[in-house]
Design a protein around this ligand. Structure first.
Ligand code: ZN
Length: 285
């Protein structure tokens, strides 16, 4: 019950955030990442873009009201409409533009992304992935192998990371957010311990020098991902110790987190919420 009510509050807050965002004021910023990969920022999850002789492929598409602006930003890179759209996971700040871009692009995503989007009563047919996979697949596009690899339950139960193998770029979706506390969606099959484990896996697989497009936050390096892992380990230890000492969630929240993580709570999840997510998931085990 506790988890359900926390999630309801979180989802209600997310919806409120969407309702409060004045999309007419959002501008799309384009940044070259490496090779033929770009990143678009506006409101919602970071968008990855591959541009080259084969055309355009995008990773995630933010919110539907931003679709015309995203399209305009893409047009500056290449005149054609995206041929492929990869969804890192099903959350609305990463798939909101699907009804728009899905009219021309083939949407590719993990099986559970299609399942969860299809379960939402208001999802348009064009918004659903047409190619689904369970473990991994590759798109051979713009002179490189783009590997889409599903991770075990972490942020949700349908997350994938995308490796642009020749450009040396990885889009992690929300399995990594740069210098922020993560949201772990327990109601969508997410798992705190699994999330931490997935970060470990990413660190093993991502070579030094790789540019990382995180789900949210600035373009990152492997060092930033290491800092993120450090934060996860340290804050989880605080929660675990608190539980072992029979402390209540309120007591753990009151004690708070080390000063160095003050700025990490500036995003969607503040320190108190992060402690709550970790506590509720660990307390069950
Ligand atoms: Zn997400």
């Amino acid at each position: 019950m506790k988890i359900t009510s926390t999630l309801c509050i979180l989802l209600a807050t997310a919806r409120l955030a969407v309702a409060q965002t004045d999309f007419s004021k959002v501008e799309i910023k384009t940044t070259h990442v490496a090779g033929n990969i770009y990143m678009l920022e506006g409101s919602g999850g970071n968008i990855g873009v591959s541009v080259g002789p084969d055309g355009v492929l995008i990773v995630d598409d933010q919110f539907l009201p931003l679709a015309p602006k995203i399209e305009a930003a893409l047009q500056k890179l290449d005149k054609g409409a995206p041929k492929f759209l990869l969804n890192t996971h099903w959350h609305g700040d990463h798939t909101g533009g699907n009804p728009h871009f899905g009219r021309k692009a083939s949407i590719i995503a993990h099986t559970n992304v299609r399942k969860r989007l299809a379960d939402k009563p208001d999802t348009a047919k064009e918004a659903l992935p047409v190619v689904t996979f369970d473990d991994s697949l590759s798109v051979h596009f713009n002179g490189e192998e783009i590997r889409v690899i599903h991770l075990p339950p972490g942020h949700t139960d349908g997350d994938s990371v995308i490796y642009f193998t020749k450009s040396g770029v990885v889009h992690t979706g929300d399995q990594f957010v740069n210098a922020r506390f993560p949201f772990i969606d327990l109601g969508s099959g997410g798992d705190v311990a699994g999330y931490v484990k997935n970060v470990e896996t990413l660190l093993q697989k991502i070579p030094a020098g790789t540019k990382i497009i995180p789900g949210h936050g600035a373009i990152a390096t492997r060092e930033d991902l290491e800092k993120f892992q450090q934060m996860l380990m340290e804050t989880m230890a605080i929660v675990r110790n608190g539980i072992a000492e029979k402390k209540s969630l309120a007591q753990i929240k009151a004690a708070g987190l080390p000063e160095k993580y003050k700025d990490w709570g500036a995003g969607f999840i503040n320190a108190s919420r992060w402690l709550e997510i970790a506590y509720n998931n660990l307390d069950k085990k």
